[in-house]
Structure formats: structure tokens, C-alpha cells
Design a protein around this ligand. Structure first.
Ligand SMILES: CC(C)(COP(=O)(O)OP(=O)(O)OC[C@H]1O[C@@H](n2cnc3c(N)ncnc32)[C@H](O)[C@@H]1OP(=O)(O)O)[C@@H](O)C(=O)NCCC(=O)NCCS
Length: 185
């Protein structure tokens, strides 16, 4: 029998050099609205536009309801306010997980998404000896996200054609993966 991957063992708070990861709070609504209500931020995300404060509240409600055992998420906190988010979902029956990430536009290009993902991937492989693979996917036009996956050491595994409906437009997605055997702490 495949033993269950228990994500509850991943830390709720992860301190990193220039920021920390901590659970989202319902009081983050204004900060989330400020960074998510941005054309560039939303470009490749399947989120309705215009982005409203109620969308930020819905997002936070969903984060709070996630089962941290199989789908933990964190706010990327800088200067005591959230400036992005990260989540990882464990499919324990397959020994696989999928990671997703987003950073406020003002902080792009400073290595924050890469550092945050690297830390959560390391925690995941260390905490769960059964975990064999971390995957991520992105809109095929999202060069910054693709670069993050490459910097994480992930390998491009495929192009999923017309795989997602994003604001009425079918878009291609790329899928990347990192196997435990390829991961270096
Ligand atoms: C994708 C995203 C998370 C990257 O966050 P980030 O903190 O800027 O990422 P990093 O700084 O760790 O790395 C970004 C890399 O992309 C590169 N990059 C950014 N824009 C680029 C462009 N137009 N062309 C080529 N490379 C680009 C950066 O130079 C950097 O690579 P480098 O370190 O080799 O120079 C951020 O752009 C974002 O949140 N976008 C909106 C939400 C989103 O698309 N999330 C991903 C969903 S799959």
C-alpha cells in the first residue's frame, strides 16, 4: 500500500533571506487586491477581469479552506504585507505534487518566486520520502514562469495544446517536472 504523503508536516512559516512564507489571513484582502488587480499580473492567469475586491476575498476564503495536509499554501510576505502566493498540491496516491506561484509585479525579477519554490520543494522532498516528483505548468507564453521552472532544475516535458480556457481564449500550456533523482538540496 502506498503510504500517505502528509503535507501537515510542512512548516506553516518559512523564513527566507528577504521575505517569509506564512499562511494567508482573511485580513490580507486589501493587500491581495492591490497586487492582483494588475493587468500584467493577471495576463496569463485564468482569473476574471476586472479584478474586484470580492475576488480577493474569495481567493482568501479558498486559501483558508484548503486542507493543509494535501494542499498547503503560503503568502509571500515582504515588509509585513503579502506580495504573492505559493501553493503545492500533493497527489499522494501517485507520489506526485504540483506547485504554483505568483509574485506582485513590483517585485518581479528579484529571484523571489524561484527562492520561494526552491524552499518549498526542498521541504517537500525532505519531509516526504515517498514523494518522487514535483511538476508545474504555465501558459506557454509566460516566459518569466518558464524561466522560474528552468531555474528550479525542472525539465520541460510537454506542450498541452489548447488545454486551458483563459478569458475566452484557449491557450497552450507547458508542463515541467523535477524528479527526486534530479533534485539537489
Ligand atoms: C512568473 C512570476 C511568478 C516570476 O516571479 P519572479 O519573482 O519575478 O521570478 P524570478 O525573479 O525568480 O525569476 C524570473 C525569471 O524570468 C526572467 N524573465 C522575466 N521576464 C522575462 C521576459 N520577458 N523574457 C525573458 N525572461 C524573463 C527573469 O529575468 C528571471 O530570470 P533570471 O533570473 O535568469 O534573470 C511572476 O512574473 C508572476 O507572478 N507573474 C504573474 C503571475 C503568474 O504568471 N504566475 C505563474 C503562473 S504559472
Amino acid at each position: 500500500m502506498v503510504s500517505k504523503i502528509r503535507a501537515a508536516m510542512l512548516p506553516e512559516v518559512i523564513e527566507l533571506d528577504r521575505f517569509r512564507l506564512r499562511p494567508f489571513r482573511i485580513t490580507d484582502v486589501d493587500a491581495v487586491f492591490r497586487y492582483a488587480n494588475d493587468e500584467d499580473y493577471l495576463r496569463y492567469l485564468p482569473i476574471a477581469k476586472p479584478y474586484r475586491i470580492s475576488d480577493a476575498a474569495d481567493f482568501l476564503a479558498k486559501q483558508l479552506l484548503l486542507d493543509r495536509e494535501c494542499n498547503p499554501s503560503w503568502a509571500i510576505e515582504r515588509d509585513e504585507a503579502p506580495a504573492g502566493g505559493l501553493n503545492i498540491r500533493f497527489f499522494s496516491e501517485h507520489r506526485v505534487s504540483e506547485i504554483g506561484y505568483a509574485v506582485a509585479r513590483l517585485l518581479w525579477g528579484r529571484g523571489i518566486a524561484t527562492a520561494a519554490c526552491r524552499s518549498v520543494i526542498a521541504s517537500s522532498f525532505q519531509c516526504y520520502p515517498q514523494l518522487e516528483r514535483v511538476r508545474a505548468r504555465a501558459d506557454a507564453r509566460n516566459v518569466a514562469s518558464i524561466r522560474v521552472m528552468e531555474k528550479l532544475g525542472m525539465k520541460r516535458e510537454g506542450l498541452l495544446r489548447s488545454d486551458r480556457l483563459c478569458r475566452g481564449q484557449l491557450t497552450d500550456e507547458v508542463i515541467y517536472g523535477l524528479l527526486r533523482a534530479e533534485w539537489s538540496p
